[in-house]
Design a protein around this ligand. Structure first.
Ligand SMILES: Cc1cc2nc3c(=O)[nH]c(=O)nc-3n(C[C@H](O)[C@H](O)[C@H](O)COP(=O)(O)O)c2cc1C
Length: 204
């Protein structure tokens, strides 16, 4: 698969997981791709916690369900009805959660390039996640990013130290297929905007 194919094939997956375990060599390649990401001052401020334990997956699933309810309670009318039809995670079905953490202490006290923009560390972690997502796509795997959680809950669940911030729970696994259209588009929640609406010439 060439790079543009992977970019265009990549999809957030929720309902398509088969539960077949990911082979260790495949997982190693996907994690290596994440670890090859650019990072501010070469700080490499990411950690990856691999979660496969059924009880831990179940506990995270239950927490996400309560957060789904919290969000649903803010909606009414057509939004509430549309959201009720959208699946927002495949935590148990994927069989593998990768919790991505951000450690701002990585790289020492003088991270080159982060003195003016503290968020540059977080941006680096997101670059690693995107590398992981594209590599997984090239390997024929699905990835679903779950953000319906409280950071303290997830930190406790996987024993992440206080100074490390959980940035994402990624459901990773084999899938029946990768959908052509994002779920949010298919269910009428939102549509991808045209490129021309976000490109600005010379000034904003
Ligand atoms: C930071 C971030 C958080 C997300 N959180 C969730 C989530 O909690 N549940 C979910 O179903 N999708 C989540 N998504 C996936 C988006 O809904 C998805 O990327 C978007 O609808 C576009 O679809 P595509 O990724 O298939 O192109 C998240 C994506 C990002 C980048």
């Amino acid at each position: 698969m060439d790079l543009y194919d992977a970019i265009n094939r990549r999809r957030d997956t929720r309902a398509e997981f088969t539960g077949e375990p990911v082979a260790p060599d495949v997982l190693e390649r996907v994690l290596s791709a994440a670890h090859a990401a650019p990072s501010v001052g070469m700080s490499q401020p990411w950690d990856f916690v691999l979660v496969r334990d059924a009880d831990r997956l179940e506990r995270f699933h239950a927490h996400v369900a309560t957060e789904r309810d919290t969000f649903a309670a803010t909606l009414s009318g057509e939004r509430a009805e549309t959201f009720s039809r959208i699946k927002i995670e495949g935590i148990r079905e994927s069989g593998l959660g990768i919790v991505v953490g951000y450690d701002p202490s990585r790289g020492g006290p003088n991270v080159l390039g982060r003195h003016a923009i503290a968020d540059a560390g977080l941006y680096s972690v997101v670059c690693a996640i995107q590398n992981l997502w594209l590599a997984a796509t090239a390997e024929g795997l699905g990835v679903g990013w779950v953000s319906f959680y409280r950071e303290e809950f997830l930190r406790d669940l996987v024993g992440m130290p206080e100074g490390v911030r959980p940035v994402a729970w990624l459901c990773v696994g084999h899938v029946e297929d990768l959908p052509d259209v994002p779920d949010l588009e298919r269910f009428g929640w939102r549509h991808r905007s045209p490129l021309s609406s976000v490109v600005h010439d010379e000034t904003f």
